[in-house]
Design a protein around this ligand. Sequence first.
Ligand code: NAP
Length: 346
Amino acid sequence: MTLGWAIVSVGRHADRRMAPAIRQAQDADLVAVYSRDRARAEEFARRHGARVAYDSLDDLLRDSRVDVVYIASPNHLHAPYAEMAATAEKHVLCEKPMALTVEDAVKMVQACRRHGVRLGVAFHLRHHPGHQEARRIVQGGALGTVALATAMWGVGQRGVVFPGPRTGREEWWDHPEMAGAGAMAAYGVHCVDLLRFLLREEVIEVAAVTDAHGSERPLEYLGVMALRFQGGTLGSAFCSRRIPDPRNDCHLYGSQGRLSVLDTLSMTLQGILEVTSRILTTSQTYQPPDDVGMYRRMVEAFERVVQHEEEPDASGVDGLRAVQVMVAYGESARTGRAVRIEPVEA
Ligand SMILES: NC(=O)c1ccc[n+]([C@@H]2O[C@H](COP(=O)([O-])OP(=O)(O)OC[C@H]3O[C@@H](n4cnc5c(N)ncnc54)[C@H](OP(=O)(O)O)[C@@H]3O)[C@@H](O)[C@H]2O)c1
C-alpha cells in the first residue's frame, strides 16, 4: 500500500535530503508540502513533484490523502506541530531534537498514543547498514563487555573560529528559545542516540563543558560530554560547528575487542566498519557515498512501521530519551555539575 506523505516546513534539510528520499522510497507518495509562504510552498512542490502546496497547516492536516506528516520545522515547533498532526490522526515522523523540554516530549508520545498514530524520530544514523551491523555485533558478544564508547560529529569552515549569526529563514538556529541548544541540538543528539542504539543502554548521568559564553554567545559551537550508561559503560561525545577537519567516528572498546565506525556520522551514507576482537575480525566499506541513502531507508522503515503497526526505530520514547540527555547536558554545562537522569515514563 502506498502512503501519502506531507512535508511540514520546507527548509534546507527537507530540500536537500528528505524530499528526494520520499520521492525515491518505495510505496511513498509525496502528496503535500507546507510553508508559511505560499509562493515558496508552490515552488518547492513543483521542484519535488508534490501534488499540492499549503500555507495553512490546518488545511494540510485536513487533506485525506496525507497519511504521514514529516515535521522539519524549527525545533521549538516540533511539539505543537506533532500534537496537531496526531489530533488529525496522521502518523508523525519528527525531526530531532524531538522537543526542547522533557515535558513536551512526554506530551508528544502521549498524544500520538491517544490518537492511535505512530511517532518516529528522524535519527537517520540508525539506518546506516554499518551501524545496524555494529549493533548486531555488540549484541552477539564479540566485544565482550563494552567499557568505553565514544562518538563525534563536528563540522566547520576552514579558517573560521566562530561562524557569524545566520540570517533569513535560518536565523532561528541562533535563538535558544527556538533551537534549544547549539551544536548539541544539531549534532550531539545524533551522537547520543547512536551510542544508545549500539549499546542498548540508557544514559543515566551527563557531565558537559561547552564554549557557550553568557549573552554574547548563548548557544555553544563546541560541546564535550561525559556519559554514564546504566549498564556501566562510560562514554564521551563531541559535537561541534567549529571543526573543519573532523574525524566523525564512533569507537567501542570492550573486554574482548574493539569496534569502530569511521566517517559514518554524516548525512551521507559512507564510511567503514572495522572490528578487531578475539572471535571476529572484519572490515566493511560503504561506497559509493550516497547522499540520500540513509534517509530513503528511514522513510521505507517508517512505512513498514505504519503498515504493520510496529514500533518505530527510533520511536518517540527514543526521542524523549535524547531530549532528557540534551536538557541534562545544558544544565550540567550551566552549573558545572554532573546531572543524573531519572527514568521518565511516557
Ligand atoms: N536528521 C538530520 O540529518 C537533519 C539534518 C538537518 C536538519 N535536521 C533538522 O531538521 C529541522 C529543520 O532544519 P533545517 O536545517 O532544514 O532548517 P532551516 O533550513 O533553517 O529552516 C527550516 C524552515 O522552517 C521555517 N521557519 C524558519 N523560521 C521559522 C519560524 N520562526 N517560525 C516558523 N517557521 C520557521 C522556514 O520555512 P518556511 O519559511 O518556508 O515556512 C525554514 O525554511 C531541524 O529540526 C533540524 O534539527 C535534521
